[in-house]
Design a protein around this ligand. Structure first.
Ligand SMILES: [Zn+2]
Ligand SMILES: [Zn+2]
Length: 221
């Protein structure tokens, strides 16, 4: 139903005929026919006012001025939202701009908000401050309200960790170690003092301790 609201004005054949007819009448019946021979009479798509354009602007302008153009082309936030959505049988894929984490974003007024949060607020309910909008399909680019639910920041973290979405190992931005260095550390843990290993790999002694106790880098055997 909402999709039907999005209509693009089409320059129909009937309208073109009207332009040509009115132009013919104007140029042939006025006293200053020379002037009107270089003008085209057309009707504004928005306010229906009859106005003149230069003959070379063919097809004739649709709107009498920039104000009418703006008023006629204004779109509601949900219309702009739906234009950027590609609905597949499962997920609704956001095709607009995304943030570095892959979440869609949309300008509403002067605020840039996340597209899936907008979808949730529009189709389900307003989101209380401090709550997160979580994906059950684990696709950050999805804006299907059926795949969204509310949760706290903590739940979001647990969710991300359980699906291994959190950066770990060398993918973490602050990582200094490599799987190779971790293996060496564990092999030499009993023989070499932790302080020496820490200096060798340019990390804190605490880090070496955690690696040897398998508290961190657990995905490396
Ligand atoms: Zn107008
Ligand atoms: Zn989805």
């Amino acid at each position: 139903m909402i999709d039907q609201l999005i209509t693009t004005p089409v320059l129909s054949a009937k309208r073109v005929r009207l332009y040509l007819f009115t132009n013919f009448v104007a140029s042939s019946t006025t006293a200053c026919g020379i002037m009107f021979a270089f003008m085209i009479t057309s009707q504004c798509f928005h306010c229906a006012r009859v106005f003149h354009t230069r003959w070379r602007s063919i097809p004739p302008r649709k709107y009498c001025g920039p104000t009418c153009y703006r008023k006629a082309n204004i779109r509601s936030p949900i219309e702009r939202f739906l234009i950027k959505v590609d609905k597949t049988p499962s997920c609704w894929i956001w095709t607009g701009s995304t943030n570095p984490h892959g979440y869609g974003q949309i300008w509403i007024g002067r605020r840039l908000i996340l597209a899936h949060r907008f979808a949730y607020e529009h189709y389900i309910a307003p989101i209380d401050t401090g709550l997160c909008c979580l994906h059950s399909c684990d696709n950050p680019g999805c804006v299907n309200p059926a795949h969204l639910r509310l949760g706290t920041q903590h739940e979001n973290g647990v969710d991300a960790a359980s699906r291994a979405r959190m950066p770990r190992g060398t993918k973490h931005h602050a990582s200094k170690l490599t799987p190779e260095k971790v293996r060496i550390t564990r092999k030499e843990a009993g023989k070499t003092p932790q302080r020496i290993l820490a200096e060798r790999f340019n990390v804190a002694q605490q880090t070496i301790s955690e690696i040897t106790m398998h508290k961190t880098w657990r995905h490396i055997i």
